[in-house]
Write a protein that binds this ligand. Structure first.
Ligand code: FE2
Length: 268
């Protein structure tokens, strides 16, 4: 038997996006084929940087290039920004598998599925970028997702609350608007990719919701109160809206939780 945790670490450390994608999809397949166990030659290490290529250069969010969707290059810049999110999302899902070792078996099945789908999304966007004469790494990007992974590495409940339920869920809110803009310029290829991504991301946020709620229940904590407190502690009580309530409901947010989000947003 091979170790799930050790192989997840290999995937995490891989710096080449193509190789990371390949290894991640192979890891999921091995898991599904029953080839992996929970033994490991080492304890999870303190979180540092995940494996990534030397480029893109990482910059502050305000320094990320603006994109004008009406030009071909603007759409490549947009695809690049989204590819970077997907690349980080592969690492985030792998890190959940690697780091949190005493969860039920289904937790690992779920996050390996997420990791493999993120690799697929990365490849879709990367192909688009390449078709238009560019490469992943050509434009600067920001590191917000991974920074939140680092802040939440000590507790699976907090990770589930703040990464899938806040940062990745934000994608559910903004993607329909991006699709609409792309429809005005009839970029059918890009639109097709985003429909796939939105469909899968609803599933990813649902997985995050499920495991956040599982952790709260295990610890006898109130779900709504705990979430609110974490937003207070880690995000200065602020959360960005407006929220796409249809997609959020599909991803498992209750109406009450959506009302809570709207109230938090108003608290700004
Ligand atoms: Fe994704």
């Amino acid at each position: 038997m091979l170790s799930l945790f050790d192989l997840a670490q290999d995937c995490l450390q891989s710096t080449d996006p193509q190789e990371k994608s390949r290894l991640t999809q192979a890891l999921q397949q091995r898991w599904l084929d029953g080839e992996l166990d929970f033994e490991s030659c080492s304890e999870p290490q303190a979180i540092g940087e995940a494996g990534r290529p030397a480029r893109p250069e990482l910059v502050q969010p305000r320094e990320v290039p603006k994109r004008n969707i009406n030009t071909e290059e603007g759409r490549v810049v947009l695809a690049h920004a989204l590819a970077h999110i997907e690349f980080n999302a592969i690492n985030l899902a792998l890190d959940a598998v690697y780091r949190f070792r005493d969860m039920p078996r289904q937790f690992y099945t779920d996050w390996l599925k997420v990791a493999a789908e993120e690799a697929y999304h990365f490849n879709l966007l990367n192909d688009y970028i390449e078709k238009h004469g560019h490469h992943y790494g050509d434009y600067p990007a920001h590191n917000g997702l991974w920074e939140m992974a680092q802040k939440t590495a000590h507790d699976v409940m907090i990770r589930m609350a703040l990464v899938p339920r806040v940062l990745e869920a934000r994608g559910l809110d903004v993607t329909p608007g991006i699709i609409k803009k792309l429809q005005s310029v009839k970029d059918e290829e890009f639109i097709g990719h985003l429909h796939i991504i939105q469909r899968d991301e609803i599933g990813h946020v649902a997985i995050g919701n499920h495991w956040f709620k599982y952790c709260c229940e295990q610890r006898g904590l109130d779900i709504r109160q705990t979430f609110k407190q974490l937003i207070q502690d880690y995000m200065k009580g602020r959360i960005r809206g407006p929220f796409d309530e249809v997609a959020r409901r599909q991803a498992g947010f209750t109406q009450q939780e959506i009302d809570d989000l709207n109230n938090l947003e108003l608290d700004l």
